[in-house]
Design a protein around this ligand. Structure first.
Ligand code: SGN
Ligand code: CA
Length: 528
């Protein structure tokens, strides 16, 4: 009798401890990981460039942290997403370029969070074929997706939605949060926008937003690429390569305006419904007429194109910012804000006229860097500024760290949890970059390199063997290649040494570069 009473007491005690334990687990933070596609940090007002206003994205920084040195490891869409999911460099996770297949069977942080008791969802653009693994719910765009009336693939099943992609993605995310989420579990939601990816098609209500704004191009807009022969080979010039009809919507009925991709432009236009097309026409038809009467040439045409590009690009961001606002408001209303980590980032940066360009790919700052803003009221002080060299490689281990779940040993990124909370200043002094998609669109050579807080060393290879060295303190816009400059020979040597060290640390090598090149050429059926 006595014995059974003791065991009963013991049982009660165990239950109480169990409940506390469960309570603690329930406190694992939720994670809302927001990513957009090709969103330049220059186009987020929290970064202070004065181009546009993004009050909702800025809220994340005001109430949390802004990262001034956030970088990707490979400045292109699908590879960047693969790095973010796996916490491993491209040459390890295998998705080195937009062409290669991604093996969903490998580990990713969403799978780890599922094991740790999370409910997980992937919503919006993923740009990686196959059913996303690690997610209890997925509703994703096939490939690049469409701005107007897009198809989505919900848990493997394709369906078409009527409306504007950015708003639809937000609606799906809110629906998941409100109606599909299990209240008794912590959650991970990847909420990933297609915008502001090319061809920058704004939402109806924002078509006219920047009509009255004249943008001044960056100081190096008319760059002549002196000492940078690889940069000179680019095919991403606003003046030379941006298509009037396809990119800038000068789809005139008479077909007089020259455009290489008129057919593709027509397809995008045809996808709209009558109401959408009426708003579109009301905005673009007068611009087409104006263009035809102005007939800008040379420098005037370059500036005209730059302005048209900026107006559309920034207008698409306004809808992204609205969506962020809707999600943050919901977290407030539902009482979830305190225990939810919110991250805003992009799959890479983007050129807004720097070096005369659009697109990304190069290891130069504007596309190598990416915006990162993060809020977690429990650990991050409002107004925090993080200057350390953080990479998208670090998201996976960081999220696992916050979830108090072990970080698998083969993950290459590092948790920056203690860096953001200010608990440590111990951090890496160099980051590594790789780019592989060449020969290909926009003509950016294969390259790799390292960046420290002050210097950058880049090696372009394939049908070139070119080194570049920059002193970012003296030359932040990277106009002056110092490679073999006698004044920098010691720095050059040091950077070479570090380059070898970093490549060894992550397990990259010339052999791997060669293997990846051969796989790529075979896939593209190119003889080399
Ligand atoms: C498309 C774009 C390119 C862009 C790539 C990669 N052309 O091919 O301009 O560089 O995507 O972008 S388009 O005519 O289809 O718009 S990524 O972000 O998906 O990697
Ligand atoms: Ca992208």
């Amino acid at each position: 009798m006595k014995k059974s009473r003791i065991s009963l007491l013991f049982g009660i005690l165990l239950t109480v401890v169990g409940c506390v334990k469960q309570g603690e687990e329930a406190k694992q933070p939720n994670i809302v990981f927001i990513m957009s596609d090709d969103h330049a940090y220059q186009a987020i007002s929290a970064y202070g460039h004065g181009l546009n206003k993004t009050p909702n994205i800025d809220r994340i920084a005001d109430e949390g942290a802004v990262f001034t040195h956030g970088y990707v490891t490979n400045s292109i869409c699908a590879p960047s997403r693969a790095v973010m999911l796996t916490g491993k460099h491209s040459f390890v996770n295998g998705k080195v370029d937009n062409l290669q297949e991604f093996d969903w069977n490998q580990d990713n942080f969403a799978k780890q969070l599922q094991k740790a008791g999370y409910q997980t969802a992937m919503i919006g653009k993923i740009h990686i074929d196959g059913l996303p693994q690690g997610f209890d719910y997925s509703n994703v765009l096939p490939g690049q997706g469409q701005y107007y009336n897009p198809d989505f693939i919900e848990n493997g099943e394709k369906k078409r939605y009527e409306g504007y992609c950015t708003q639809i993605t937000t609606d799906i995310a809110l629906d998941w949060l409100k109606n599909k989420r299990q209240q008794d579990k912590p959650f991970l939601m990847l909420y990933h926008q297609k915008a502001p990816h090319r061809t920058w098609m704004p939402e109806k209500k924002y078509l006219d937003l920047f009509d009255d704004t004249t943008f001044t191009p960056p100081a190096n807009f008319f760059d002549e690429y002196e000492n940078r022969p690889v940069a000179a080979e680019h095919e991403m010039g606003i003046f030379e390569h941006m298509d009037l009809v396809y990119d800038l919507k000068m789809l005139d009925e008479e077909g007089e305006i020259e455009g290489k991709y008129r057919g593709a432009a027509q397809n995008m236009y045809n996808r709209m419904n009558d109401e959408q097309r009426a708003a579109w026409d009301a905005h673009y038809k007068p611009l087409i007429e104006e263009f035809k009467s102005l007939k800008p040439k040379g420098k005037d045409l370059a500036l005209w194109k730059f302005n048209r590009y900026m107006r559309d690009y920034l207008a698409t961001i306004q809808s992204v910012d609205d969506g962020v606002g809707e999600v943050l408001d919901y977290l407030d209303e539902a009482g979830l804000a305190e225990n939810t980590i919110v991250v805003y980032t992009s799959d890479q940066g983007f050129y807004l006229g720097e070096h005369g360009w659009f697109d990304k790919r190069f290891m130069y700052e504007e596309s190598f860097r990416t915006p990162i803003l993060m809020r977690y009221p429990k650990e991050i002080k409002p107004g925090t500024v993080v200057d350390e060299l953080i990479q998208n490689l670090d998201f996976a281990p960081t999220f696992l760290d916050y979830a108090n779940t072990p970080i698998p040993e083969d993950i290459q990124g590092e948790s920056f949890r203690k860096v953001v909370s200010g608990e440590t200043e111990d951090w890496r002094d160099a980051i590594y970059y790789t780019y592989y998609e060449y020969p290909g669109e926009h003509n950016v050579q294969r390259h790799n390199g390292i960046r420290t807080d002050r210097y950058k060393l880049i090696h372009f290879y394939y049908d070139s063997d070119t080194w570049e060295l920059y002193d970012l303190q003296e030359d932040p816009t990277e106009m002056n290649n110092l490679y073999n400059d006698p004044a920098y020979i010691d720095i050059q040597k040091e950077m070479h040494k570090k380059f070898i060290e970093v490549r060894e640390k992550y397990g990259d090598s010339d052999e791997l570069d060669k293997e990846n090149l051969e796989r790529f050429l075979k896939k593209k059926n190119i003889q080399y």
